[in-house]
Design a protein. Structure first.
Length: 390
């Protein structure tokens, strides 16, 4: 087990702390403006463009990039790939914080936070795709909290309660995979009702499948990406097991990502062929679609494959970062760039700078919380007296 830093509880004037402090102050100010002046005071949203980056980035991207939790836990606890067990806790923590911050971001877009549970207890809209998404996200966030809780219990010394939760690991993993499959695909299904608004190259009857498969890719890539950053900034918190298994996790998840990206590429091409949308490729939007298809799906797939073949972990990590950017680009294309494509430029949505501040503020909160937990709790090492920590 690694030694815990003696300065973990002390504030230090580091560049990260200073920048994060400024972002948090700005975020609090804009938050006050949002909830006192309404959406119009801080956003460029309109009736034509009711969803901005708080949905496109904070929700759609946030949920996709948090998929590493169910992907990793399924690999270890359902498929029995125990050699990846050291990646579970960091992935679960990332997923838990990701979903928690997605819910926080929804409050900015929806307003009236106290009414968030209304669809479940007052006005049940069980025929709505949004109801299914909301229900699954709420349940999965609860599952993630329970999956993460043994870490806090080890830190607090609550052995008996922790023992009970550990026995539920397999059940929680199965439930989490089911919930993730449902809401990851349903986020794509939301756009099925907007065939006249979303450009034909991105609109497809297969879009729920696209969202789920790309979420798996995002989860695999985020585990590698998060591991890369953690090894740089939390290396002193890692025990020998975590350090020894890191290379295997990178190679294994890189191989899985290469195969999944290849399948995703074929699905996208099949979608274009099924809808006979080839002629759109000769347009400006077609060129942009090809940038996404070739530059952010085919290219990282190739780089992943070469990295795995050559056992080059550096190459795989670069591919992971590039793939994460590709997932962000895809969600932006669907929710913002290719949405309402027929409107004139003067009526198209472009985010207000305060919307950007809130999104950066939420991401910064996630980084601060991750660092706070990782430097104090047994995320990268096994706590003394808990041999079954992972």
């Amino acid at each position: 087990m690694s030694n815990e830093g003696t300065t973990a509880g002390k504030f230090q004037m580091t560049p990260f702390n200073m920048v994060a402090g400024v972002i948090v102050i700005l975020g609090v100010i804009v938050t006050i403006l949002r909830f006192t002046g309404g959406l119009g005071a801080v956003t460029n949203l309109t009736d034509y463009n009711p969803w901005g980056i708080w949905i496109g980035f904070d929700l759609l991207v946030g949920v996709a990039l948090s998929a590493g939790g169910f992907v990793t836990s399924a690999a270890v606890y359902i498929f029995g790939l125990k050699k990846y067990h050291s990646a579970v806790r960091p992935a679960i923590l990332t997923a838990f914080l990701g979903y928690a911050l997605v819910v926080l971001a929804l409050h900015y877009d929806v307003g009236r936070p106290w009414r968030l549970p209304y669809p479940f207890i007052v006005q049940q809209g069980t025929s709505s795709v949004l109801f299914e998404v909301g229900a699954c996200v709420a349940l999965y966030l609860t599952v993630l909290f329970i999956e993460w809780s043994p870490t806090a219990m080890e830190w607090l010394g609550l052995k008996k309660i922790r023992g009970i939760v550990i026995k539920l690991t397999l059940l929680l993993t199965i439930f989490g995979v089911i919930l993730s499959t449902l809401h990851q695909s349903s986020l794509g299904a939301l756009f099925l009702i907007a065939p006249s608004k979303l450009h034909p190259l991105w609109y497809s009857k297969y879009i729920p499948i696209y969202f789920f498969v790309s979420a798996v890719i995002a989860g695999l890539s985020m585990v590698i990406f998060e591991s890369t950053l953690s090894h740089r900034y939390f290396h002193d918190k890692m025990d020998e097991t975590h350090l020894a298994e890191s290379r295997g996790v990178t190679l294994g998840f890189g191989k899985a990502a290469a195969y999944t990206l290849a399948g995703y590429f074929l699905l996208k091409v099949i979608g274009v062929a099924a809808d006979n949308d080839w002629h759109y490729l000769a347009t400006g939007y077609g060129a942009w679609f090809l940038v996404e298809l070739l530059g952010f799906i085919a290219l990282p797939c190739f780089v992943y494959a070469v990295g795995v073949r050559e056992k080059n972990t550096t190459l795989i990590r670069w591919a992971a970062a590039w793939t994460v950017l590709g997932i962000i680009l895809n969600r932006f294309n669907i929710s913002l760039i290719a949405f309402n494509y027929h409107l004139p430029a003067s009526e198209r949505y472009f985010p207000h700078w305060m919307e950007v501040v809130i999104s950066v503020f939420i991401v910064t909160l996630g980084l601060v919380l991750f660092r706070f937990i990782a430097t104090r709790m047994p995320i990268f090492y096994e706590a003394a007296g808990y041999d079954d920590a992972h």
